[in-house]
Design a protein around this ligand. Structure first.
Ligand code: ADP
Ligand code: ASP
Ligand code: MG
Length: 424
């Protein structure tokens, strides 16, 4: 029998009714003749609520203990889902990430999967059970401690498990009908995409489109797993993430732009008055690497001739802001810069499309749309198929809307239904 892996996000299992509805759907897949392995997220906003709770007890909780706490969210939903399936007369067994054989490194809060040994899952399905696996968690190979893979990483658990089990497809069930040309919570005229190439989906996910976790798309690409993103609240066909450009599509049909992503999770740090000498930038970025801060955009200004000083700005996850500022403060006397400026009221807007390679003028049209909307650009970065700008956080929504319209992405009918979730 072919194996289908299904992943249900938090909004799909937000309450008892949601769990029962999802259980029904899983049973229908089983009845259609598939072996079913389910990856489930914590109910609703449980993970955020557990984090808030931890913060009330300690502003800087031990990463090991925070992982212990957060993984409890998925243990609740997996057990309830197994019970709901049993209630429908089918066999189901739930497993923690560790029991499912998800082996990781020991980086708490952002662990990487090293290996998957899904023996217990294979045994459960060979005995006719539906296997339910807790998302976004594993066990460290070295320390044997419980780890989490990062926010939103249940998607990655699902695709990695699909690869390890040789599944036919990985279905990602969420609270919208698929991948849209922009976040449906922001752009009501967003259009659903029937297909997106992994190349474009990687850029969308990396640019903040929360619909899929970045590493899940990397897995899908590496192991050629077909991923189908769809709603657990409707029966509509969703979006297929496919390795190749849409079959049979000619240049006329292939959209130049796949979509627009936005990200409000980053902050900007500027190191002001850095002596423009060989090695200074290296010292600054080594210090950030030592404290394991991942940078996104980096810009160095041309130095002022009179002073020989330059400014270096970069963006990074807001969650790492204080760690980075502390690391840079320790460097002040050594590097001899003037001061640090921290801005967490920024947002990033990215335009993504493989058609950019062959169509000139995209940048001009993008920047003109921003200018017409009165949005000032603070930073710019590009890849072959992406242009990103940093703007004031308050301008993100206007920037996304204006760009969506400027590239003729607006849909005539309302397709962008949001069925659930709080968008947190
Ligand atoms: P889940 O809990 O199911 O994992 P997430 O909240 O992580 O759901 O992801 C789904 C959300 O992603 C949607 O509700 C939507 O607001 C957001 N989103 C952002 N960009 C897009 C996009 N381009 N297409 C669809 N949804 C998007
Ligand atoms: N529950 C985790 C989170 O909220 C993992 C996930 O939902 O993918 O980040
Ligand atoms: Mg998600």
């Amino acid at each position: 029998m072919s194996i289908v892996v299904q992943k249900y996000g938090g909004s799909s299992v937000a309450d008892a009714d949601g769990i029962k509805r999802v259980a029904q759907r899983i049973v229908e897949t089983r009845q259609a003749g598939h072996d079913v392995v389910v990856v489930v997220s914590a109910m609703g906003d449980t993970t955020d609520e557990l984090r808030d709770l931890a913060e009330q007890v300690s502003p800087t909780p031990e990463p090991r203990e925070l992982d212990m706490l957060l993984t409890a969210g998925e243990r609740i939903s997996m057990a309830l889902l197994a019970m709901a399936i049993a209630q429908l007369g089918h066999k189901a067994q739930s497993f923690t990430g560790s029991q499912a054989g998800v082996i990781t490194d020991s980086a708490h809060g952002k662990a990487k999967i090293i290996d998957i040994t899904p023996g217990r899952i294979e045994k459960a399905i060979s005995q006719g059970a539906i296997a339910i696996v807790a998302g976004f968690q594993g066990v460290s190979q070295d320390t044997k401690d419980i780890t989490t893979l990062g926010r939103g990483a249940s998607d990655t658990t699902a695709v990695a498990l699909a690869a390890a089990l040789g599944a036919e497809v990985c279905e990602i069930y969420t609270d919208v009908d698929g991948v849209f040309t922009a976040d449906p919570r922001l752009v009501t005229s967003a259009r659903k995409l029937d297909r997106v190439s992994t190349e474009e989906m990687l850029e969308l996910a990396a640019s903040g489109a929360k619909i899929l976790h970045l590493r899940c798309v990397e897995y899908a690409r590496r192991y050629a797993i077909p991923v189908h993103v769809r709603s657990s609240f409707s029966q509509k066909e969703g979006t297929w993430i496919l390795p190749d450009p849409p079959e049979g599509a000619d240049d006329m049909e292939q959209a130049i732009i796949a979509g627009i992503a936005h990200d409000r999770s980053e902050a900007k740090i500027t190191v002001v008055g850095v002596p423009d000498k060989v090695g200074e930038a290296a010292r600054i970025f080594e210090a950030l690497a030592e404290v394991e801060v991942n940078l996104d955009m980096v810009v160095q200004n041309v130095s002022a001739q009179a002073t020989g000083l330059t400014d270096i700005s970069f963006t990074l996850p807001r969650d790492d802001g204080q760690t980075a500022m502390a690391a840079l403060a320790r460097l002040q006397s050594e590097v001899g810069y003037d001061r640090l400026a921290y801005d967490d009221e920024i947002g990033k807007v990215s335009l993504i499309g493989a058609g950019m390679r062959s169509h000139p003028g995209i940048t001009a049209r993008f920047f003109a749309a921003l200018a017409n909307a009165g949005v000032n650009i603070e930073m710019i970065s590009t890849s072959e198929i992406r242009i990103s700008v940093v703007v004031d956080e308050a301008d993100v929504s206007a920037a996304v809307q204006a760009t969506h319209t400027a590239f003729d992405l607006d849909s005539a009918e309302v397709e962008a239904v949001v069925y659930g979730g709080t968008g947190r």
